[in-house]
Design a protein around this ligand. Structure first.
Ligand SMILES: *Cc1c(COP(=O)(O)O)cnc(C)c1O
Length: 438
């Protein structure tokens, strides 16, 4: 693309495209978007000729890097045979094979996969399954319609998922319209207080509560807040004890982000329902799965009206399913999770160096995720992280922040040299921006 063509594309973009999570007034007047022409491995290639290290695996999805040749091949092969059918009264090899393969690697006790097309719908399906599950018990619980989630949670953008979330910028316009949810203290802030609040709430509210919904070990979009596996163990035990479903949203944490295949594996526990998306299709196709246990699945068997009358047009899409099958094979053949430990060590060393800077707060990491706060206060609308973003971009890395939280979530198989560059760009850009502080 010539510089003129690139400039022209940006002008047309600003006339026609409404970008997500973006103040379009500022965008149109001052933002120079990246124009990405192609991508390979951990790198994005800008139309201006630069290559940029993708510090967040393109919204946490391309866990095997961009355009992994085996995934591209799987997609092409499937496209030549069958691109789409409904999954209603119809089945196909990719859907069956992927359901089996995913359930084989899933936390114990999960026996059926319900497919949809993204993380939000994986969670939305889980919410509806939970409500209907209680209504359809032998002794129906019509009033178990309340949900518990965590402060700082993020579970997606559909209305059920919005209700569960607690990021004010995403939630506040709709706060009066969402289903009833109690947001419990986050274990990332104070584990003891979080456990006490969970138990107290379950003790008083279990009668009306359908489910506890959590992001395991890392609360992603709410600020990359990391917490102890102890909370997962206790949450599993307490929800079982008080008769509340345990729904675990592994959309971000699953597929090795935390160094084990599922974040739940750190605690050695399972759940009644697990939601998975993002890395599940390697950043190639919108695809998601809601996994359920036998007791949950069985509650929907019986008369016609007991069915789960819910679906999305593209659920089980053959292209997505074929790629998702190949993703799991690549994890196995290339020993992707095993490769995390050497990278995790590099990330930890970098985080240790960063934590020595006086204005860096709560520098933290787990597996292939590292984060730090710039200063002690801020939220999603803070602009501080964007100064680091700009500087990192000049230095050759894409480090989109969450307000004052600067973080890295690179591909799990990022080449070691690219990871070393990415970490040094992170350290340099944070150091320089903080040094400019008044
Ligand atoms: C991203 C995310 C979602 C929403 O997924 P989409 O594909 O963007 O709809 C849900 N839950 C968690 C934990 C996420 O990180």
């Amino acid at each position: 693309m010539t510089p003129e063509q690139r400039a022209e594309l940006i002008i047309r973009d600003k006339r026609a495209v409404w970008h997500p999570y973006t103040q379009m007034k500022t965008y149109r007047s001052t933002t120079e978007p990246l124009v990405i022409e192609h991508a390979q491995g951990a790198r994005l290639f800008e139309a201006d000729g630069r290559s940029i290290i993708d510090g967040n695996a393109s919204w946490w999805t391309c866990l095997l890097g961009h355009n992994h040749p085996r995934l591209v091949r799987a997609l092409k092969d499937q496209a030549e045979r069958l691109c789409h059918t409904s999954l209603a009264g119809v089945t196909h090899q990719p859907a069956v094979e992927f359901a089996e393969a995913l359930l084989r690697v899933s936390p114990p006790g999960l026996t059926h996969a319900f497919f949809s097309d993204n993380g939000s719908t994986a969670v939305e399906a889980a919410v509806k399954i939970a409500i209907q599950y209680w209504v359809q018990q032998p002794k129906p619980h019509k009033d178990k319609t309340h949900f518990l989630s965590l402060e700082s949670a993020f579970h997606g953008e559909t209305m059920g998922a919005t209700a569960l979330g607690d990021v004010s910028a995403f939630r506040s316009p709709f706060a009066g319209l969402t289903m009833p949810v109690t947001h419990l203290p986050s274990p990332a802030d104070d584990l003891t207080r979080a456990l006490e609040a969970l138990e107290a709430t379950l003790r008083s509210d279990a009668q009306r509560t359908a489910a506890l919904v959590i992001e395991p070990l890392i609360q992603g979009a709410g600020g990359m807040k990391i917490y102890s596996p102890e909370y997962l163990k206790e949450a599993r035990r307490l929800t079982e004890h008080y008769g509340v479903l345990f729904i675990v949203d592994e959309v971000f944490t699953g597929y090795g982000r935390t160094g084990k295949f599922w974040a739940l594996d750190h605690a050695g526990v399972s759940a009644d329902i697990v939601c998975s998306a993002k890395g599940l299709s390697g950043g190639m196709m919108p695809f998601a799965a809601t996994l359920v246990s036998d007791p949950v699945f069985d509650a929907f068997l019986g008369e016609r009206d007991k069915a789960f009358y819910y679906g999305h047009t593209y659920c089980g899409n053959p292209l997505g399913a074929a790629v998702a099958c190949e993703v799991l094979k690549v994890y196995e053949d290339e020993r992707v999770i095993e490769g995390v430990s050497v990278r995790e060590q590099m990330i930890e060393d970098s985080i240790r160096r960063l934590s020595a800077l006086p204005s860096v707060k709560q520098a933290r990491s787990l597996g292939m995720c590292a984060a730090l706060n710039l200063g002690s206060s801020g939220d999603y609308l803070s602009t501080r992280g964007w100064e680091v973003y700009q500087r990192a971009l000049e230095l050759g890395a894409y480090l989109r922040p969450l307000g004052h939280v600067v973080y890295l979530t690179p591909a799990l198989n990022i080449p070691l040299a690219d990871l070393a560059s990415l970490l040094s760009i992170l350290e340099r850009s944070v150091g320089e921006i903080l040094a400019d502080e008044p």
